[in-house]
Design a protein around this ligand. Structure first.
Ligand code: SF4
Length: 370
């Protein structure tokens, strides 16, 4: 076996979807009482049949999370470096066909942004860019990492998929975590949503976590964009991917996010709606399936939802986020990638976490641990 693609090709989307929707209450009860839960159990917990069991799922999810992680929520913040992008993605404000002014932050501008984030108390930063290989490439990333490494304990990246050697070359610069969302595992619809640019190569993206594992990246983040396709089927394939990666690249840790499609400039409507109860069900299903997994919730979600989810299985939260390059200090008015929903300050979020008896953790990693 060379990569996850070999496993992925053994599955059929429609057949998988049918098997999730065919799960019964008995399957859910079996999954709830299982010691070590299988992918079939995960399907049951994801299925419509599990909806009436949400209370029980939430209780188990809370217990498992407390046992493994304690009463803590890790705090992080995105730093958008560039909105240049050579891809067309139907759901994104930075898409090449969206006529807008493009900007990539200079070293001076990056440090202006960093000063604001440090004032807010952040030690974990997530660097985000579009995909513009001529300007925002490995050389640019090395310069940025060099610049900000002394200021943050944990550096994550969500940029274009890179080659194995490129990931390996970024590690010594202080890169800890890489997030790469497949967006959807529905191969035909993936093509519709990514008609132009390097991102239209489904297989290259699908095999990116393999390259990250081979490069020995400390933490690998997976996920899909909820709203593009049937979320239950997409989540099953995410879990299948995770299961494969954990067995093969056991030295790395794994995290998951649950981005729901948000409004953006030139926006598209979600094909599939997921309500708040369903998102809670999904989070709990992942926790019951995997107790080691870090589960993260961003400011895409509403304040009400984020307040309620603190105790139910998640381990990380962003706060005070801006989704435009320069959004914190340099150019607060520039066009965002998408609208955020929770606009409360990091201090406010920290207070809400504390009010629930949990501790917000600003520093969750140190390079001496690498
Ligand atoms: S999702 Fe990423 S790759 Fe696609 S248009 Fe937006 S920034 Fe570019």
């Amino acid at each position: 076996m060379n990569s996850f693609n070999d496993i992925f090709n053994q599955y059929d989307w429609e057949q998988t979807k049918r098997s999730i929707y065919a799960k019964s209450s008995d399957d859910v009860l079996k999954a709830l009482s299982a010691g070590k839960r299988t992918l079939e159990d995960f399907k049951a917990l994801l299925s419509p049949a599990a909806a009436p069991f949400l209370e029980q799922m939430a209780q188990v999810s809370q217990e498992l999370t407390l046992k493994r992680f304690g009463k803590v929520i890790q705090m992080y913040v995105p730093l958008y470096l560039s909105n240049e992008c050579n891809n067309i993605c139907t759901y994104c404000g930075f898409s090449l066909d969206n006529k807008m002014r493009r900007k990539t932050l200079s070293p001076i501008e990056i440090m202006q942004e960093v000063a604001v984030l440090k004032d807010m108390g952040f030690e974990h930063v997530l660097l985000v860019t579009g995909e513009a290989n001529q300007t925002v490439n490995v050389d640019y990333f090395k310069k940025v990492l060099d610049l900000i490494h002394p200021h943050f304990a944990h550096i994550s990246m969500e940029v274009q998929p890179l080659d194995l050697e490129e990931y390996m070359s970024l590690k010594p610069y202080g890169l800890n975590t890489v997030l790469v969302y497949q967006e959807t595992y529905h191969q035909e619809d993936y093509k519709k949503h990514h008609p132009k640019g390097k991102k239209s190569n489904f297989k290259y993206r699908l095999e990116t976590p393999d390259r990250l594992g081979q490069a020995g990246i400390h933490r690998i983040g997976l996920g899909v964009l909820i709203g593009l396709e049937d979320w239950r089927t997409d989540s099953f394939f995410t879990a299948l991917h995770l299961d494969y990666l954990e067995k093969r690249y056991w030295q790395s840790k794994y995290s998951l996010s649950f981005p729901r499609l948000r409004p953006h400039s030139g926006g598209m409507e979600p094909k599939v709606e997921m309500n708040d109860r369903e998102l809670v069900q999904l989070i709990c299903a992942y926790r019951l399936f995997n107790q080691e997994l870090e589960l993260s919730i961003s400011t895409r979600e509403s304040p009400k939802f984020r307040n309620h989810i603190v105790k139910l299985g998640i381990t990380a939260m962003s706060a005070g986020s801006k989704t435009n390059p320069g959004g914190y200090a340099v150019e607060p008015g520039s066009l965002e990638q998408f609208e955020i929903s929770d606009e409360r300050s990091p201090d406010e979020i920290a207070r809400i976490i504390q009010m629930q008896g949990y501790q917000p953790i600003w520093k969750d990693w140190d390079s001496c641990l690498a």
